[in-house]
Write a protein that binds this ligand. Structure first.
Ligand SMILES: Nc1ncnc2c1ncn2[C@@H]1O[C@H](COP(=O)(O)OP(=O)(O)OP(=O)(O)O)[C@@H](O)[C@H]1O
Length: 257
């Protein structure tokens, strides 16, 4: 599903948080949002999800304005995993993933075997299939994060928005998640802090002070000049002969001057 945003903005108490952002993300693309702390990545994701009432501009999902859809209609098309998600401690791990099926369930199509299969599949996709009965309150940060991603997958969306999906994960699960995301047939927009992870996206958008200051293939966008100006680092590039990938090693500009 194609995701188009036109002139997205948010001002809070006279301060511009997101400023005039246009985006056009074709179906199936994995798009990485990068930028320093406070540059507006999470807020832009919330605007893309149609969650900021005071936001300006328009979001279209395959040509349909998100503002014209009910929350249920949006949830059938788009899933959003925020950084902090409130979930009742009384739920089990599996219950949380089952919540993803909410937009698809009604009196005429209650929770049947097809939904059980979809929930099983989503839990397997994040390696949580053995932990369904665990109470939410007993789970680690990384386990909770993987379950929230499973909940989003169970929602069966065509667009997936992820806010720093790897921030609580150990290195094995970070790599598993990134591989999973790159293989998903859906459109994905994810905020990332790790610029090496962003190099694996189809395209990257760089946020700085609320504006999207660059957008394009990662190698074109994450240039030495931009790393210096926006992220205040110098990046040396290293070559991995095993797969031909180029990796960054970063040096803090404040310390090298
Ligand atoms: N509702 C709000 N009211 C006031 N300020 C806000 C609000 N939402 C966000 N901000 C501010 O807007 C700026 C952008 O926040 P946002 O969370 O979008 O940035 P971010 O790029 O995701 O940051 P990080 O990398 O630290 O997660 C921050 O300075 C934040 O404090």
């Amino acid at each position: 599903m194609r995701l188009v945003a036109t002139k997205l903005g948010l001002r809070v108490q006279g301060r511009t948080i997101v400023d005039d952002v246009d985006l056009d993300i074709p179906a199936g693309e994995t798009f990485g949002l990068v930028g320093p702390n406070g540059s507006g990545k999470s807020t832009l994701l919330r605007l893309l999800a149609g969650l900021c009432r005071r936001g300006t501009g328009q979001v279209q999902l395959d040509g349909v304005a998100i503002s014209s859809l009910s929350r249920r209609e949006v949830a059938r098309r788009l899933a959003f995993v925020e950084q902090q998600t409130e979930t009742s401690d009384a739920l089990t791990a599996r219950n949380v993933v089952e919540l993803g099926r909410t937009p698809w369930i009604n009196a005429l199509s209650p929770f049947g075997s097809e939904n059980v299969r979809i929930v099983d599949q989503a839990m397997q996709a994040v390696g949580m299939e053995g932990m369904g009965a665990c109470p939410w309150s007993t789970l680690s940060g990384g386990e909770r994060q993987r379950l929230q991603i499973a909940r989003a997958l169970a929602q069966d969306p065509q667009i997936l928005l992820l806010d720093e999906p790897t921030n609580h994960l150990d290195i094995h699960h970070q790599l598993s998640l990134l591989r999973l995301v790159s293989r998903l047939p859906m459109t994905v927009v994810m905020a990332l802090h790790d610029l090496n992870q962003a190099m694996g996206c189809d395209r990257v958008g760089v946020m700085s002070e609320g504006r999207m200051v660059a957008c394009g293939p990662p190698a074109d966008v994450l240039t030495p000049d931009r790393l210096g100006r926006i992220f205040r680092v110098r990046g040396s590039t290293l070559y991995d002969p095993q797969d031909g990938a180029t990796l960054f090693r970063f040096h803090n500009l404040d310390e090298t001057h």
